[in-house]
Design a protein around this ligand. Structure first.
Ligand SMILES: [Fe+2]
Length: 328
């Protein structure tokens, strides 16, 4: 039965992961500190931008919406995800860590002939259905999508344009959420989500993946978001959201005490989807060098374009105006 299922439904190529260390292991905050990592004490509320030497916003600690109801929303989501994870039995070690995952949305890559909806086992499909219509989940993912529009308007605008073309052409492809621009998501169900050092190499390299954390844990003790390239650990409280180029920057979490519960929801843009649309709804390998030159420009120009999709701090208001016709 399982083999038959696998033949009919490719595994979620949008979620390919590359581990950077040879044998990545769960690392404690204390261990990383001893290795020279700095700690950023973040309250999970105050928006903070990570800016490069040229003033480009490369990642965003977006925080959370104002209002008293956010905590109860996040608690409801975490409870729903933990309950769903319980139905799957003990989690087995995977490439990212030891926790249950459910991938949902649209994917394209590897041996797929064209973009398609990700498929799951019957049990995980039922979990996906439950979570996709959960009001709290919709609020969480909607906030992340809004934060992307607010802090990276050019990234949002490009994603929205690309996906509109994709869905116009392939109406059978599902949108996960009507209030989120992201085409693909992963529910990390726990019971204790601690990801090992990795990059999500199938995501569009400069795009920002959104990560929301939930559960009950002390963010000063564990669950930090680790930027390995920056030797930086960020306290990542439950209920908060961060946006990072997960295909470009190595990342993971610090370990948690045994009794801690942690779940997360990630949303992302598979690079294969944007290439499929940009190259005229056909695979990259079908293009001649001349066609690629015509579409992509001379060597190096795509990288320049991609980096230019990150807003400069001083031009963020102008970028919002340009992309959306109004300053939010
Ligand atoms: Fe990741």
């Amino acid at each position: 039965m399982r083999a038959s299922f696998a033949r009919h439904y490719p595994r979620p190529l949008a979620n390919l992961v590359k581990l950077n260390a040879e044998n990545p292991k769960e690392q404690s905050a204390g261990g990383l500190r001893a290795d020279g990592f700095r700690t950023l004490e973040w309250d999970g509320r105050t928006p903070l931008a990570l800016v490069d030497v040229k003033g480009r916003i490369i990642a965003m600690l977006a925080g959370r919406p104002d209002g008293d109801s956010w905590d109860s929303t996040c608690n409801d989501v975490a409870d729903a995800m933990l309950s769903a994870g319980d139905t799957l039995g003990p989690a087995q070690p995977g490439r990212r860590g030891t926790h249950h995952t459910v991938h949902v949305g649209v994917s394209y890559g590897g041996g797929q002939q064209e973009p398609m909806n990700l498929a799951n086992s019957k049990t995980k499909s039922n979990i996906a259905r439950l979570l996709l219509k959960h009001d709290g989940v919709r609020r969480v993912v909607g906030f992340a999508s809004s934060a992307l529009a607010f802090y990276a308007p050019k990234l949002y605008h490009h994603a929205a344009d690309t996906l509109e073309l994709l869905h116009d052409r392939y109406p059978h492809l599902h949108r996960n959420f009507s209030n989120s621009v992201y085409p693909t998501a992963t529910f990390n169900l726990g019971p204790q989500v601690v990801t090992l050092e990795h990059v999500d190499c199938a995501n569009l390299p400069h795009s920002w993946c959104s990560i929301w954390a939930g559960g009950s844990f002390d963010p000063q003790t564990g669950g930090h978001f680790v930027f390995y390239d920056l030797k930086l650990m960020v306290e990542f409280p439950p209920g908060s959201t961060i946006l990072v180029p997960s295909s470009t920057l190595r990342h993971g979490n610090t370990g948690l005490p045994h009794d801690a519960k942690r779940v997360s929801i990630t949303q992302y843009m598979p690079g294969g989807l944007t290439r499929w649309v940009r190259y005229g709804y056909r695979p990259v390998k079908s293009l001649t060098p001349e066609e690629r030159w015509r579409i992509d420009g001379p060597p190096g120009s795509r990288i320049e374009w991609a980096v230019g999709q990150w807003s400069l701090v001083g031009e963020l208001l102008e970028d919002r105006l340009h992309c959306f016709g109004a300053v939010a």
